[in-house]
Design a protein around this ligand. Structure first.
Ligand code: ARG
Ligand code: GLU
Length: 719
């Protein structure tokens, strides 16, 4: 009896907890959540977070370089984000003689800060609900294309007006809930953003791919930049005469640290989630799409690895590629396991059964929603084989570097053989392509790619049902029977493998030189795949995904009517969101308990494991460790490094500020635990934890490791 009672209370508690932690909320509407946030410990108001008539915490946050988040930590435009977010910039300033990746970088003075052409940061000026405005011209008889055109028309005029409001303003309008609502986002974009500091890889990437997506974690995943502005504090292109930007708001950094149960808030730009997808979609994801994509990446990664282990030059050339391929691969594995453990398909079916029953309760509902689920079922069964081809196209065809390389030539080549083509456009295309070609060969190894080609073509031919394959694959197979031999022939003949020849041909591209590319075996193989895809898959695939979009619009509208008391949040779509939760460990597996924080002791421990190249900290860091020279950053004789909490985050949240109850910066978000990665589809408070760098570790590295007191001095640090 007592036990049963406890169980009920406990599960109620979990349900409540579930509601509390899940969600990526729109800052403008955060008032709806405030009472709950305050119950969890939050001390500020909704206006402190988001206020268009004064400064608020949103003014200290930027979308960094398109895919990440960053936040201001000084009155002089200093910004912190992840090391992996600043990686392309750090890499671009690195040479063999001056390798910032390996050695780290700390600008001794403002004059030493390094400009980064192409890098920009965006502040959200404001967001507006424009639903009524963009939907106002719609009429019931419109098809989807007409609907989109009508929406686009209104959107364009709203955007034009908004962009006139200030210097460097850019506006976008995004659909929410599959087009049930629309919001406009007005940003101010700064384009002079300079590299200020970065720890060496051995700190900023400590743990590498071994630890990626995994807790316990010891990565010092941060880098520092500074935003520059013109004399009026407005955005301006890079100029030596620009001055440090003065933000409306910057975060104070708290050294008070975190305890289990403390309130945390993550404020950033999550990229994409799919919480509303139906059981059919989840089934397709975990039983077809993810396993196929994982299988194809297994092949690629093991080939990369065997070459990287055997050859140091290849190890360097393929480091970033390996990391990129492995990142999504590892996430998909975690996601698939997580969704299976949750029995997500069954959970979705349960909801769908409820929906069907609800929709049958009256004729109006029946007419509007009664047909949806059978239609989903039909569309997803038709989609399955098409989506298989799409997955193989992305992972097997484009997974071969030379095939993906050849695909880049298609437009130029078709212009070159077309006598009516615009000469100027042709030259522009050609010059862009030449830059791309030079870049491509920097990190390309023919031997690696030949093996990848052989293995992926073999997998394609064996694993994709024959009726979904371009015919040539089978013919090749029957003729030769040996993919490696075939790869050997093709790779010794193809012009695409020869950078000098490719550039020479490009230099005087005309219909004759274009023919040489067009008759090339690699181009032909690329084109066979592409031709099959265009003729048999593309059109129907997009018709179905468009129809699904409409279905989801109606389905989500229905779910909201069915559960009028439930608080809904829109799927992530790279717009600014607030996620709140609590610092908490968890039980990832039977018999295993994860603590909520890690310390520098763990870096030493990991460094003692033999032969793990990802676990080699810099000597100087271990000297500080041995001497316990931790300065003011010591806590109980060690330095905290990372912590986990139950904030709902996803890709794009990297670099997001992690705030305490008073809105002070305590961490920088950089990953999720492996057991959590299913949260893009289904959140589970028992398993979903985001991983944050503890600000005290960042300060310790900046101050004690790098000696960059100049940077510490411009921050406001609360003891
Ligand atoms: N998993 C994190 C994210 O999705 C970090 C990726 C970078 N780190 C790495 N070892 N590949 O972006
Ligand atoms: N590392 C991810 C990023 O770059 C964040 C991890 C996640 O997906 O939660 O945004």
């Amino acid at each position: 009896m007592r036990k049963a009672f406890l169980f009920v209370v406990l599960s109620l508690f979990l349900v409540f907890k579930g509601i509390a932690d899940e969600g990526m909320w729109l800052p403008m509407l955060i008032g709806k959540n405030l009472a709950e946030m305050q119950r969890m410990g939050f001390k500020l108001t909704a206006e402190d977070l988001y206020n268009v008539n004064g400064s608020s915490l949103k003014d200290a946050i930027v979308q960094f370089g398109g895919g990440c988040t960053g936040e201001l930590i000084s009155a002089e435009g200093l910004l912190i984000t992840n090391h992996h977010c600043g990686y392309p910039e750090i890499q671009s300033h690195s040479t063999i003689e001056n390798n910032l990746l390996a050695n780290g970088f700390w600008a001794a003075s403002r004059a030493d800060e390094l400009p980064n052409p192409g890098l920009e940061v965006k502040f959200l000026v404001r967001m507006d609900d424009v639903t009524n405005r963009v939907l106002k011209n719609l009429t019931p008889g419109m098809n989807e294309r007409e609907r989109l055109m009508s929406i686009q028309q209104v959107a364009d005029s709203l955007i034009q007006l908004a962009e006139k409001e200030g210097v460097g303003y850019e506006a976008i309008i995004r659909p929410f809930y599959y087009g049930n609502q629309y919001y406009m986002f007005v940003y101010q974009v700064y384009k002079d953003v300079r590299l200020v500091g970065a720890p060496p890889d051995a700190i900023g990437k400590f743990g590498g791919d071994t630890d990626n997506w995994v807790w316990p974690r010891h990565t010092g995943d941060f880098s520092l930049f500074r935003i520059y502005a013109d004399k009026n504090n407005n955005p301006a292109p890079y100029s030596p005469s620009n001055v440090p930007f003065k933000p409306k708001k910057f975060f104070k950094i708290s050294m008070r640290g975190v305890k289990e149960g403390d309130f945390t808030l993550v404020y950033g730009f999550p990229g994409r989630t799919q919480q509303f997808i139906t059981s059919h979609a989840v089934n397709l994801l975990i039983n077809q799409s993810n396993p196929n994509k994982i299988g194809l990446r297994d092949i690629r990664l093991s080939i990369f690895k065997s070459f990287m282990d055997a050859n140091d030059t290849i190890a360097i050339k393929y480091a970033a590629k390996h990391a990129r391929v492995a990142n999504a691969w590892k996430k998909w594995i975690g996601e698939t396991m997580g969704l299976r453990r949750l029995d997500a398909v069954a959970q979705k079916q349960e909801l769908e059964n409820m929906f069907a029953a609800w929709a049958a309760t009256n004729p109006e509902l029946k007419e509007r929603y009664g047909w949806l689920l059978p239609k989903f079922q039909n569309l997803y069964s038709e989609l399955a084989p098409l989506s298989l081809v799409v997955d193989y196209r992305n992972e097997a065809v484009y997974g071969v570097e030379l095939l993906s390389f050849a695909s880049r030539f298609e437009r130029l080549l078709s212009m070159a053989i077309d006598p009516k083509a615009d000469k100027e456009k042709l030259i522009e295309q050609r010059e862009n392509l030449k830059d791309y070609v030079r870049d491509f060969f920097k990190d390309f190894e023919l031997d690696v790619d030949r093996e990848v080609f052989a293995a992926l073509m073999k997998a394609y031919q064996e694993r994709v049902p024959q009726k979904l394959q371009p015919e040539f694959l089978n013919k090749f197979m029957l003729q030769s029977g040996n993919w490696r031999q075939l790869a050997g022939q093709i790779y010794s003949q193809t012009v695409f493998a020869d950078s000098v020849r490719v550039l020479t041909l490009l230099n005087d591209i005309d219909s004759t030189s274009a023919r040489e590319f067009l008759n090339d075996p690699i181009f032909n193989i690329y084109f066979e795949f592409e031709d099959y895809y265009r003729k048999n898959v593309q059109k129907r695939y997009f018709e179905i995904t468009d129809s699904l979009e409409i279905l989801y619009r109606t389905y989500v509208e229905g779910l909201m009517r069915m559960q009028p008391d439930k608080r809904f949040y829109p799927d992530a779509n790279s717009t600014l969101r607030i996620a709140y939760g609590k610092v908490a460990g968890f039980n990832p597996r039977d018999g295993v308990v994860y603590d909520y924080y890690t310390t520098i002791d763990g870096i030493y421990e990991k460094s003692q494991q033999r032969n793990v190249p990802d676990y080699v900290p810099p000597k100087r860091l271990m000297e500080l460790y041995q001497a316990k020279d931790f300065g003011p950053y010591a806590v109980n004789g060690t330095v905290p490094v990372a912590f986990i909490a139950s904030n709902h985050t996803t890709g794009g949240n990297s670099g997001s500020p992690v705030l305490d109850a008073e809105g002070n910066l305590i961490g920088v978000n950089f990953d999720r635990c492996w057991e959590s990665t299913m949260s893009d589809v289904m959140f589970d408070p028992n398993y979903c934890r985001n991983i944050s760098l503890d600000m005290r570790y960042a300060l310790f590295i900046i101050d004690k490791y790098a000696g960059a007191k100049n940077l510490i001095n411009e921050m406001v640090i609360l003891q």
